[in-house]
Design a protein. Structure first.
Ligand SMILES: C[S@@+](CC[C@H](N)C(=O)[O-])C[C@H]1O[C@@H](n2cnc3c(N)ncnc32)[C@H](O)[C@@H]1O
Length: 193
């Protein structure tokens, strides 16, 4: 297929921002697919910080990483992403090459535990500060669960308000599939435009 699926498109774009030995954050660890992806991108010399409010998600991710022998590249953090700056080492502020958000609820978990705009938006704002110039922030939005459309609307409004001198922002969406996920990608410019 020529038209990419949202998740694989996000990976294709994020991969371009990450070097071997780089540093990245998974802000919504869930079942660990994105954490694994980031850990593979940064390689053995890199580091991924992965946040989730559910111990169950972190346990599933730990198992996934252990099975692949890459757990030592990842710090699993049982905390909300809006508390990111209390958990990340201060020396990596402004050095993150990628931050990934995959909003909504944990697949095969409790569907009532969802990401919420009141914590998602502060976390996105913090992420833009911790990104390195040339780094990217990816946000996958879902509208098929209660609260999803409102959260997606908040994120889109926030993304549209980012200053174009500092950030390039895109929104990728399949137009003919109702409730398909969509992708917001924010690139922090290397030089102000
Ligand atoms: C759609 S899942 C993420 C899927 C994951 N990226 C993957 O690759 O499997 C969303 C996750 O966000 C988590 N979550 C909800 N609110 C959160 C918050 N404030 N901070 C961090 N994680 C949160 C949920 O517990 C859930 O595991």
């Amino acid at each position: 297929m020529i038209v990419p699926a949202v998740l694989s498109f996000s990976h294709a774009l994020v991969r371009q921002a990450i070097d071997e030995g780089g540093i990245a954050v998974d802000a919504t660890t869930g079942n660990g697919h994105d954490t694994q992806f980031l850990a593979e991108c940064v390689g053995p010399a890199g580091k991924v910080y992965a946040f989730d409010i559910q111990q169950e998600a972190l346990a599933r991710t730990k198992q996934r990483l252990n099975e692949r022998g890459i757990a030592n590249r990842v710090a699993l953090i049982h905390a909300g992403h809006h508390e990111m700056d209390q958990y990340l080492p201060v020396e990596i502020r402004g050095k993150l090459q990628a931050v990934m958000f995959n909003l909504g609820y944990l697949p095969h978990g409790d569907p009532t535990v969802i990401t919420r705009p009141e914590t998602t938006l502060p976390a996105l704002e913090t992420a833009t500060v911790w990104l390195t110039p040339g780094g990217v922030l990816s946000v996958v939005l879902y509208t098929g669960h209660p609260g999803g459309p409102e959260e997606a609307e908040h994120v889109l409004q926030w993304a549209q308000s980012l200053p174009p001198k500092t950030f390039q922002v895109m929104h990728y969406q399949l137009l003919n599939r109702q409730q398909a996920p969509s992708l917001v990608l924010v690139e922090k410019r290397k030089q102000a435009a």
